[in-house]
Design a protein around this ligand. Sequence first.
Ligand code: NAD
Length: 420
Amino acid sequence: MTAPSMLAQALTHLEDAAVHLDIDTDVLEKLKYPRETTQVRLMIRMDDGSRKSFMAWRCRYDDTRGPTKGGIRFHPESNADEVETLAFWMTFKCAVMNLPYGGGKGAVRVDPHVLSKAELERLSRAYIKAFSRIIGPDRDIPAPDVYTNSMIMGWMADEYASIVGEATPAVITGKPIALGGSLGRDDATARGGYYLVRHLAANLGFKPGSRVAVQGFGNAGQHIARLLKADGYRVVAVSDSRGGVYCPDGLDVDRLIAAKQAGSVTSLAGSGGVKAITGEELVSVDCDLLVPAAFEGLIGAGNAADIRAGIVLELANGPITPEADEILAGKGVVVLPDILANAGGVTVSYFEWVQNRQGYYWTAEDVHERLRRSMEAEGAAIWQLASERRISLRRAAYVHALARLASAIEAHGTQQFFIS
Ligand code: NAD
């Protein structure tokens, strides 16, 4: 028997949420399938004069609530199923936060680390050339994702401007500040998760001094460690792709960030009471809050039972498989789900798009304040829904988002409307 696709697994959340709402059959029919997925083979000239091709995708999953929005990933294992699943999650994430967007996603199957800088620029521009008719500030708005960054977004916006013949900064978010990016975008994903945890701290029994373990120490992982440490929480363990480090008295986050910038957090092991651990051991470290901030599916049926944390903050997309989710629910672990917990990134991307369209730019304080208000409002609503219906926060987040998606889809007319 072949394993279910990643999208089929993700769709179980849609079916589970629908049980809690009285929605028209049109809603599920519309949200069960991606609206359009385009696959292209990009050809670029390499530095040695040869030509090389790379498979690339852009999926616009659903645009009922507005133009589709979602990042572009450069990864050697990217595939259409993953892109469509990420676009499905974006559809729900934008609805959770009440952003006027649908969900989209893109990817190129490439290991960007083996390309020269000039090859990376040519590949980024080739992506926009290939998808220029699909994207647009009122159609589909890309952003950075795994292994893409603000400089790549700047190249892409520039390529789009040269195709359409006018500056169009709102076509892409996550740009460098000098090219129309927003202040506060850099740490937005972690900051959103931080505001959420802080707002729910009393309900969660999470207080200064509580111990935190962070899996993955890139953009999301480093910023959440920094923000929590500054509030008096103890970051006791951290891992990256090469392994991890553990110190029950708390790690020095500035030193961890410097070590990661020089290669890996593992270089700190062996001094000042810091012990080396494996990436697998990080999951079972004795702590209060576990923050998966690396990749999909790293917490599965094989290691979920080992988790000792009482709370999990999903900064990564889909870090917990459905089987692991059930194991954690059985253990009473409270999971703050990805479509809420990491939605700070797309929320500040939305702020960037608004600023580009207004031609008026906000201070970092404005951005933080608006993000805090959104995370607290949606987080509190989802917490209340979960308590009232006695369902998990993940299911409550899907119900919260599906109610918004359903009212938009139903506003075009329901079965009842057309037969009566
Ligand atoms: P990143 O590339 O900056 O960092 C990823 C980190 O994960 C790196 O430190 C890498 O060493 C580490 N890693 C890789 N494999 C690992 C493993 N097996 N165990 C432990 N660590 C491992 O990526 P990022 O932007 O921080 O994104 C991380 C996750 O957060 C992804 O799932 C991404 O989709 C999600 N996310 C990011 C944003 C954002 O704005 N950056 C927004 C929403 C969601």
